[in-house]
Design a protein around this ligand. Structure first.
Ligand SMILES: [Zn+2]
Length: 66
């Protein structure tokens, strides 16, 4: 990895941010096949999401982790 992600506008390192959905974990659905048995029953894989916030302009980006 090339270090912390940076804001494309401000070119400063994005800070980790907390995300509240009120419905539990916030996840990303992917078309990738799941490695586990859920794929066999048609359940698509989901990825954990890490929110990052720019301290300068407030931009929030989400990074899906494998
Ligand atoms: Zn920014």
């Amino acid at each position: 990895m090339g270090g912390d992600p940076r804001c494309p506008d401000c070119d400063v390192a994005l800070e980790e941010a907390d995300l509240y959905t009120g419905q539990g974990e916030f996840r990303v659905r992917t078309e990738d096949e799941s490695d586990d048995v859920l794929a066999a029953v048609g359940v698509t894989k989901t990825l954990d999401v890490v929110p990052r916030r720019c301290p300068e302009c407030g931009l929030v980006r989400f990074y899906a982790t494998k």
